[in-house]
Ligand binder design. Structure first.
Ligand code: ADP
Ligand code: MG
Length: 298
């Protein structure tokens, strides 16, 4: 490969909205056959909103929103931002939080003072079930229905009891479906990798045209790297597109890491290309560009 030809490719990449870290990156894209896509913020906009509140029998909606909203106010997660903003808008004020803890890929926990201190959890149903509790039927039904629609449901609990379910929804970017079909036309296999649960992941996959067999869900942030390694061990040459802080190690493990432009600095540092447009179609553009560039120089 001549450095001149690769520089041309890099310059053209910049025009498309792709920043390529080094010429050697163009060569690794040539062998890629599998593209792993993160869900939140990559396929979807990552801007969530609270769409549904279900309270358990005898619980008060305002109290539920204040306790959950206060706790989520301390978290940066897109789910947390949606819940905190809606709770503040509806109730006017959020109480104080002490001893806040974030359980990555699972939820948040802390002590909230609302006429007395209570230990509150907001997160995946597993967070509650891990403490040996079961969900009341009404809450169980709310979660099932939300997930069928491709929405994310989280449980709110305090004093060891589930009190309600909050449903947040994210929207698929208008360009994601087209991007997935462009990747297929390039002969690449699109795979969805997410920490969200399987029902939500399947609904989003169907919406953008990813096969159910290529959905990897319920993956904790720390285990995303292992999933990339597993694909590589089965013979795949893997590109990964992600944006979250959580995705940085997986981006680094992939044969080619592509960070969406809306991503964090950590993820950008770990990846080879930065897709500055925040539009998944740029991933296909980047791979197409590198193939064309290599053809001209070989
Ligand atoms: P993704 O892979 O889609 O980016 P994450 O790994 O960030 O998802 O989170 C996985 C799941 O953990 C979420 O779908 C949610 O159920 C739960 N979760 C994570 N953070 C929070 C939070 N701050 N509040 C409530 N639930 C959370
Ligand atoms: Mg994420």
């Amino acid at each position: 490969a001549t450095p001149t030809a690769l520089m041309v490719g890099t310059g053209r990449g910049a025009q498309l909205g792709i920043l390529i870290k080094g010429p050697e990156v163009l060569e690794s894209t040539h062998r890629v056959d599998t593209v792993v896509l993160d869900k939140t913020g990559t396929i979807t906009t990552g801007r969530m909103s609270l769409t549904d509140v279900t309270v358990a029998a005898g619980q008060d909606r305002t109290e539920l929103l204040q306790l959950a909203g206060a706790l989520e106010h301390a978290s940066e997660h897109p789910i947390a931002r949606a819940i905190a903003a809606a709770a503040l808008a509806e109730t006017g004020t959020l109480p104080e939080v002490y001893d806040f803890a974030n359980v990555e890929g699972v939820g948040v926990r802390g002590v909230v003072d609302l006429g007395g201190k209570r230990t509150v959890l907001v997160g995946r149903r597993r967070m509650l079930e891990d403490t040996g509790q079961t969900l009341p039927d009404r809450l169980d039904a709310a979660i099932t229905e939300a997930e069928r629609l491709g929405r994310t449901a989280v449980v709110v609990a305090w004093e060891g009891q589930a009190r309600g379910v909050l449903v947040v929804s994210d929207t698929v970017k208008p360009t994601s479906r087209e991007a997935v079909s462009q990747l297929r036309r390039l002969g690449l296999r699109p795979v969805l990798l997410t920490g969200d649960n399987r029902a939500v992941a399947l609904a989003i996959a169907a919406e953008v045209g990813i096969d159910a067999a290529d959905v990897i869900a319920d993956v904790l942030p720390a285990d995303k790297v292992a999933e990339i390694t597993r694909l590589q061990q089965s013979g795949a040459v893997v590109a990964m597109v992600g944006d979250g802080i959580n995705d940085a190690p997986a981006l680094a493990q992939a044969d080619l890491g592509l960070a969406m432009g809306t991503g964090t600095d950590v993820a950008i540092e770990a990846s080879d290309l930065t897709l500055v447009r925040g539009d998944l179609r740029v991933a296909a553009d980047g791979i197409r560009l590198s193939r064309r560039t290599l053809r001209t120089i070989q």
